[in-house]
Write a protein that binds this ligand. Structure first.
Ligand code: SF4
Length: 329
């Protein structure tokens, strides 16, 4: 890979078919970064094992997610796209990093407390250490840039602390402190009109759904609750349908909805139909590319295996340096 502005690492758990929240909040940014950075994009299947409910259908979910990535524009010629467990050096680095990580720091992280709340019956050792595994992902590939939302900033700061601790302890500079590339991702609200779009909440709209499925989901979207009847004026500023229009509809349509909603000139059903139409128009080229890619499943696994080989070259070099720094015999 040629040197660009630096190396980006980002990983995502294999969650199967992606939804609009995944696309607008992460995938779109992954694609945009490819021209300026050497990008390493990873399906973090080992991370998925820390919570029991995400361990089913790992293979199928990986394939579905990667199909969405590729169809959306992630390019294996520009980026390394691979599966975390195919480069097991990450688990070795995780072990070494865990020796320089105070346990109290891990259990104090807000994300750990969230996970404990979400999984009270499965607070396992891996769950405590997953920020260390995350750090190992970034450091193994010598990524100097990590795209994050504001809420993930503490994890990168935590990774930087581990680097300082490791480098100080072993009097080395082999690990690089990554910097954050903070992006203000739009918060995409689900069809319930309240919570962040999420598959587990079943409030999502899939990127790869058919036009009929997509329209059905859009028609279920919760609107301004003040509009009980067609003749009631509404407030688009508090309506998620309008928020989506701003992303997927033309400026003229956005301005029309903005005006007509307030004076009950357009009903919610027509407003949603217009959104569904525009959404389907936007997604159609993606769906066609995805369908074509899905014809040849073997080619997708080839891309992932090739990505793993390229990732392994970087990983092996880093691990030689790490072992030497530690002084392992
Ligand atoms: Fe929302 Fe559109 Fe209904 Fe206004 S007309 S409340 S923007 S769905």
């Amino acid at each position: 890979m040629s040197a660009k502005r630096g190396r980006v690492f980002s990983g995502a758990r294999p969650t199967g078919r992606q939804h609009l929240g995944n696309y607008l909040g992460a995938i779109k940014n992954y694609i945009a970064l490819q021209d300026d950075y050497d990008c390493v994009y990873c399906v973090v299947d080992i991370h998925a094992l820390t919570t029991l409910e995400t361990t089913h259908n790992l293979k199928e979910n990986t394939l579905d997610m990667v199909l969405d990535w590729l169809a959306a524009g992630m390019d294996p010629k520009k980026s390394i796209i691979f599966i975390q467990s195919h480069v097991p050096e990450v688990t070795e680095l995780h072990t070494y990093l865990s020796m320089v990580t105070p346990l109290g720091k891990l259990t104090d992280l807000p994300t750990f407390k969230d996970k404990v709340r979400e999984n009270p019956n499965n607070i396992n050792y891996g769950l405590v250490g997953y920020p260390v595994l995350m750090a190992a992902d970034i450091l193994l590939y010598k990524a100097d840039t990590v795209p994050v939302g504001v809420d993930q900033a503490p994890h990168i700061e935590f990774t930087r602390e581990i680097v300082r601790s490791f480098n100080y302890h072993y009097s080395t500079n082999v690990l690089i402190e990554p910097k954050m590339k903070v992006t203000e991702f739009p918060k995409i609200i689900g069809i319930d009109g309240q919570l962040k779009m999420s598959k587990s909440l079943d409030n999502h709209i899939e990127m790869a759904g058919t036009a009929e499925e997509t329209t059905k989901r859009v028609m279920l979207m919760v609107t301004d609750p003040a509009r009980q009847r067609r003749s009631d004026p509404g407030n688009p500023d508090i309506c998620n349908v309008f928020a989506m229009h701003k992303i997927f509809s033309s400026p003229q349509e956005v301005s029309m909805v903005n005006v007509e909603c307030r004076r009950a000139g357009i009903g919610c059903v027509d407003c949603k139909k217009l959104l569904a139409h525009n959404l389907n128009k936007n997604l159609e080229p993606f769906r066609q590319r995805r369908a074509a890619l899905a014809q040849n499943e073997g080619a997708i696994w080839d891309i992932l295996h090739d990505g793993s080989k390229r990732a392994k070259v970087i990983a092996e070099k880093t691990m030689t340096e790490v072992r030497d720094s530690i002084g392992l015999p």
